[in-house]
Design a protein around this ligand. Structure first.
Ligand code: NAI
Length: 301
């Protein structure tokens, strides 16, 4: 889809993934499957251990289903290292951060890498909605900064948005496009605008659903069924927000709303804020619109 002519990151260059949550774990698996050594890092040791365990469990499931052979699984696993920050980084060619959706936190997380990595290493953000332009401006080498936005689940969905700010070097965009292709993804190039392409177009999908729920027009299960069965969507909006995580989805909405100077079209929802306040973040916390806990008798999607 993207019309560029760069070379992919060579396989002997390692990849650092910061954040071992929903997205970071998936991105680490994608890069390791392509053949890179991957250093997976997280501010929280338990989250890192859980992230590695999730990757292993996912790969084991694919082996059990006959979709992956055991030797390939072992090779992928051997390339992913849970790293407390002590591993060598002289061969690192790309850092991708997939941490909390907050600009200050992302700047703080990426700054040490901008200072210490080889001069040609690319600094990428998996942000869903924050300004790549603003992030780059606050890092030491803005020409080396770009968005590399995967979709959830990153191991399955092919689309990747390669997001360029005004300072991003064209060669960096070219390398990321070629790398995404080498990782068997379908990259598209876009400029850094609020929500980029997908999260901009998807805002009304979530927003109108949340307004219907606030008006008690229908249940989440009904709305999902309508969109799946009549709209032809693979997932309904409520189960999709549960999959994304309400904290993440709400943060994206807030950020797009602010970026458009509080345009009411993008106003965040009190319904979603209350799910976030309750800690009902969706699948990852066991409960969101639907209940994913083992013994739950509440509706399941
Ligand atoms: P998550 O909550 O599942 O994982 C975030 C991880 O980052 C946690 O393990 C946390 O301990 C770690 N972390 C937080 N602050 C850190 C720091 N300063 N240094 C190192 N580790 C830190 O979040 P998720 O869903 O993986 O989202 C991560 C990023 O990816 C966000 O920017 C989000 O907007 C974006 N994204 C999320 C998608 C989704 O569907 N969940 C889809 C595409 C992008």
């Amino acid at each position: 889809m993207a019309d560029t002519h760069g070379n992919a990151l060579p396989l002997h260059r390692a990849v650092i993934v910061i954040g071992a949550g929903t997205m970071g774990g998936g991105i680490a698996e994608v890069a390791a499957t392509a053949g890179h050594r991957v250093l997976l890092r997280d501010a929280d040791a338990d989250s890192l251990a859980r992230g590695i365990a999730r990757i292993h469990a996912g790969l084991d499931k694919r082996v059990a289903r006959g979709k992956l052979d055991a030797a390939t699984r072992d090779a992928i696993v051997s390339r992913i290292h849970a790293d407390d920050g002590s591993a060598g980084t002289a061969d690192v060619g790309l850092v991708i951060e997939a941490i909390v959706e907050n600009l200050d936190t992302k700047v703080a997380a990426l700054t040490p890498y901008a200072e210490s990595l080889p001069a040609d290493a690319i600094l990428a953000t998996n942000t869903s909605s924050l300004s790549v332009t603003a992030l780059a401006a606050r890092l030491p080498h803005p020409t080396r900064v770009a968005g590399l936005h995967f979709f959830n689940p990153a191991t399955v969905l092919p689309l990747v948005e390669v997001v360029a700010g005004p300072a991003t070097a064209p060669a960096v965009v070219d390398t990321l496009v070629a790398t995404a292709r080498a990782w068997k993804k379908s990259p598209v190039v876009c400029r850094s605008t609020p929500g980029f392409i997908v999260n901009r177009i998807a805002r009304p999908f979530y927003g109108e659903t949340l307004r219907l729920l606030q008006e008690c027009a229908a249940t989440p299960a009904t709305l999902d069924a309508v969109l799946r069965e009549s709209g032809g969507f693979r997932m309904g909006p409520c189960e999709l927000m549960d999959l994304i995580g309400h904290d993440v989805n709400f943060a994206v909405t807030c950020s797009v709303y602010d970026a458009f100077f509080q345009d009411p079209r993008y106003r965040p929802s009190l319904v979603q804020q209350s799910l976030v306040d309750a800690g009902w973040l969706g699948r990852k916390s066991g409960r969101g619109f639907f209940d994913y806990r083992e013994a739950a008798d509440a509706p399941r999607p």
